[in-house]
Design a protein around this ligand. Structure first.
Ligand code: 4NP
Length: 158
């Protein structure tokens, strides 16, 4: 199973999701064979580490995302990854537009997997205050737990 998290710039939301899900897999999914990556629909920040505010907020929860580097989504991602998970509706629309309809089933909203069904998008924290980064982590942690359950279900082990 290969999972790609996607946001706009790949410096705030999707690196956070990658870090949170990676840690969850280490802690609770040792038996699972899951590859995790993240990317952006845009190229504004390619090669950069995650936003320092995202790094700090994640580190405060014991998650080190400093080693990640931003990349843009490429055409082969849609064949390679079983799940291409968009952080918001706009990313989802862009991903669907750049992929063939044969791959649209794997292009989904990350928050589909969240037990909290009050929202469909992870809000973009880039232009906001520090609280936005905490909110991203809260939302991402819930959805990551749901995604882990999904991976187990798909794998047929409960
Ligand atoms: P992300 O946040 O998509 O969660 O990485 C953003 C990063 C950069 C920009 C917008 C959102 N930007 O406009 O540069």
């Amino acid at each position: 199973m290969k999972v790609l998290f996607v946001c706009l710039g790949n410096i705030c939301r999707s690196p956070t999701a990658e870090g949170v899900f990676r840690k969850l897999l280490e802690e609770q999914g040792d038996d699972l064979d899951v590859v995790v990556d993240s990317a952006g629909t845009q190229n504004y920040h390619v090669g950069e580490p995650p936003d320092t505010r995202s790094q700090a907020a994640a580190l405060a929860r014991g998650i080190d995302i400093s080693g990640q580097r931003a990349r843009q989504v490429i055409a082969t991602d849609f064949a390679e990854f079983d799940l291409v998970l968009a952080m918001d509706e706009s990313n989802l629309a862009n991903l669907r537009a750049m992929s063939s309809s044969t791959h649209h089933e794997r292009v989904r909203l990350f928050l589909e997997f969240s037990p909290d069904d009050t929202r469909t998008s992870v809000p973009d924290p880039y232009y906001g205050g520090a609280n936005g980064f905490e909110e991203v982590l809260d939302i991402v942690e819930d959805a990551a737990a749901g995604l882990l359950q999904h991976v187990r279900r798909v794998r047929g082990s409960g």
